[in-house]
Design a binder for this molecule. Sequence first.
Ligand SMILES: Nc1ncnc2c1ncn2[C@@H]1O[C@H](COP(=O)(O)OP(=O)(O)OP(=O)(O)O)[C@@H](O)[C@H]1O
Ligand SMILES: [Mg+2]
Length: 1107
Amino acid sequence: MAKMEVKTSLLDNMIGVGDMVLLEPLNEDSFINNLKKRFDHSEIYTYIGSVVVSINPYRLLPIYSPEKVEEYRNRNFYELSPHIFALSDEAYRSLRDQDKDQCILITGESGAGKTEASKLVMSYVAAVCGKGAEVNQVKEQLLQSNPVLEAFGNAKTVRNDNSSRFGKYMDIEFDFKGDPLGGVISNYLLEKSRVVKQPRGERNFHIFYQILSGASEDLLNKLKLERDFSRYNYLSLDSARVNGVDDAVNFRTVRNAMQIVGFMDHETQSILEVVAAVLKLGNIEFKPESRVNGLDESKIKDKNELKEICELTGIDQSVLERAFSFRTVEAKQERVSTTLNVAQAYYARDALAKNLYSRLFSWLVTRINESIKAQTKVRKKVMGVLDIYGFEIFEDNSFEQFIINYCNEKLQQIFIELTLKEEQEEYIREGIEWTHIEYFNNAIICDLIENNQTGILAMLDEECLRPGTVTDDTFLEKLNQVCATHQHFESRMSKCSRFLNDTSLPHSCFRIQHYAGKVMYQVEGFVDKNNDLLYRDLSQAMWKANHSLIKALFPEGNPAKINLKRPPTAGSQFKASVATLMKNLQTKNPNYIRCIKPNDKKAAHSFNEALVCHQVRYLGLLENVRVRRAGYAFRQPYELCLERYKMLCKQTWPHWKGPARAGVEVLFNELEIPEEEYSFGRSKIFIRNPRTLFKLEDLRKQRLEDLATLIQKIYRGWKCRTRFLLMKRSQIVIASWYRRYAQQRKYQRIKGSAIIVQSYTRGWKARKLLRELKHQKRCKEAATTIAAYWHGTQARRELKRLKEEARRKHAVAVIWAYWLGLKVRREYRKFFRANAGRKIYEFTLQKIMQKYFLEMKTKMPSLSPIDANWPARPYLFLDATHKELKRIFHLWRCKKYRDQFTDQQKLIYEEKLEASELFKDKKALYPASVGQPFHGAYLEISKNPKYKKLKEAVEEKIIIAEVVNKINRANGKCASRIFLLTKNNVLLADQKSGHIKSLVPLGDVTKVSMSSQNDGFFAVHLKEGSGAAGKGDFLFSSDHLIEMATKLYRTTLSQTNQKLNIEISDEFLVQFRQDKVCVKFIQGNQKNGNIPTCKRKNNRLLEVAVP
Ligand SMILES: Nc1ncnc2c1ncn2[C@@H]1O[C@H](COP(=O)(O)OP(=O)(O)OP(=O)(O)O)[C@@H](O)[C@H]1O
Ligand SMILES: [Mg+2]
């Protein structure tokens, strides 16, 4: 901040005038004085508007430090004291911010400081542009390409110890952010003649000296070189050492730079080998040798050097030797081989050395380009830096100087075009009032050199291509003819008489009045150098080399690619490449650095006014100031101007509706800029004073900061809010997902645990149960098994015993029988001869039977008929007998039993038997009646006086006298009656009075019906049509049914000799008067306890419910 406050303008603490535009009065003297004054105060930079004039200080100034870089960074061009950094910053910023490709044109004569200036620009840009590993590598590669190219392309000249002997244009490529991406280098015509010969006081290219001084012994041995410079013809001796230059240190710097740029070790080695080969080529010497036919021939003096070269480069020695002795010319399929004389051999040698070196240099540039080329295909912004050899005037000027100076003419031309001419023309175009300023336009000189018909280069080409003898003199003659009248061409031999007596102009020279001064060119060598021929034998020899780099340098040596067409001449090649360069520069925004050399002695603090004055003149700097002063310092199209400054006025911000010019007017009025400070052109606004522009810029900067703050504020607010909302939403989403997830996990865990607990419990229970069941089963099985085994054992034991016993008994019996039989037979043999067997059998049988019956007698059971015991059968064959005996015995003991009965008892038993036959297994009531004795006369009629009349009425013997219930036929109700059975009749009498109600002869009783159940109901069916049957069949109920039915049956049988039909059925029909009624027995009604009830259901059905 402090710094900024101290130095805010170019005008502060100014020494002389920082911008020549402000110089008052303006003339050549004041101009030079101003430069001198500033130079003396170490201010080497001065502005002419936006052009930087730089004077070489020839000493190190402390104005390129990193602090200085920071000071100039992002500052306005006119804000600080003039500096090359200010120009670099301006160019870089308008490249980065306004998307304008830039070029930096550095001009000035040799030794004026162009190369240094270009390096300063590059290092400044490298310091301020983007940072980062990748970007830094690109920067480093771009910067390190300089020492490599300088080592191979620079040399000490009388004017400059580090003079660029080639033209260099480097495009640095940037991305949209302003970060460097890479670069492309174009090189222009290397001064290759220097390889073989250097003017007095000058050196060959630096690299030769660097190798010899800096290479290790080992490397030198490999390259077959010796450290001594004097060993090499190509290195002039008089100024081999340069003051203040350490070649050995520089060699290490170069090798290091090559590594950084990306050269592989083997590539570096190959390059050094080629350099060594070139150096050694100079040591090959030839001696003349006459042949018989009188033709001169040459011979290599000492073949050792040749041998070493061939070893280094892998070329066949004989091939190279032949190429130095013969020349093959091919024309229309004819090959003619001619010998070379000594001069031609030397020419061939030098041509080879020059070609090898210049091709190596071009290859180096291509190789560096490969390393530094941008890796992306995005659109690039470009900053071109042009550092070309400066205008030079030597004692002897040749083709090279001609070319170099031509190039400088072209640069001056483009400067004039773009600044002076363009500036004036623009004022006219824009209709701005303008007084014309005279300046020298060098277009006429360019035309003298490059005109396609009459230009010097065209003449030279014509001479070179012309058949017949062509020499430098014929070329000069031609020039004299064609250019004689040209104002800027001078020659002794020209038709123009002006120079006929000019002794300063030798006959073999021509002079050109360049914009920077007159230069006299020696015509010698022009044709040759323009032709730039290398004998084909040599290029073929090179192509055959067993060295990949050399092979690649001479592609035309490949016999398969022989091209009979002449290659373009050096002059036309250069002209074409310069034209391309100019075209390229015109598309870019130019920034000028005009370098001035203060003295010829390369000395610090020395300001040679005459020398500077000369340069100021030819550079047209004064005209430059005049044009600048007469006009306006700054101009810009209205649209761009309005776009740039519209934020400074409320009416034009943010959008101006209407023509841009009106907008700019409003803007300038609003800002109260004095009217004389600007002027309105047709399409541009012209601002007279730079200060007005600074004011605008400052205001804009201030305003931009405010706007940026506003935008930042709004953007930050928006960004924070959006971010907050997003985070809030995200938080909810995440939380809900997490909760869901957590609950799911928890649920799964609980579920899992429950299942585990369940399964454990179930498992435990099941196992317990299983254990119990298994135990039970095992117990059962064990018991069963044990029992089975025990039973088995017992059974088997018993069986075994029984079998044994049976076997023994049987055996005993058999043995006994046999023995007995034997004994008997022995005893009775004498008595029984025949029938003895049958008799023995019968006897035996008799004995057995006897024994059987005797035994039976003791075993007889009791005499009770119901005793079921009976002894077991002793012999199988007696089975039937035994059973029969049992039956007989039973019958006998039954008879015995019966024989004990009285008649009375017999009768009773007969009746009982009868009852059994009738009812056993038929009527459920029967079993209960078995134990009851049959009394018959339950009512003692004879004894009861109540029934005296009844007794009298019944004369016959009463078999049954009993009270029964008579069922009323109509309703099923009961009425007690005395039931009497006599021999012939059945009588029914009133129970109370004994009065006879009905009398039925037994013959009229057809059937008795009853149920099969445990009830006492029975029906007495009467014969149809009988007297008693008037009211129909009787239905009774009695407690002694079995007895009554049995007695009725027996009495009927004995009286009528007919068996009474007794029907046992649960459903039977009875005849009540006219109706046939069905009596139905139903089981299960227990309304009245165990007493059966009777109910007349309808005239067809009478239901009896039995328990
Ligand atoms: N800004 C500077 N500060 C200090 N020394 C400088 C500066 N510019 C140039 N020199 C000195 O001047 C010498 C010549 O400068 P430089 O090589 O840049 O000249 P040139 O214009 O490129 O010449 P040529 O056309 O021969 O290549 C440098 O070697 C250096 O010693
Ligand atoms: Mg240079």
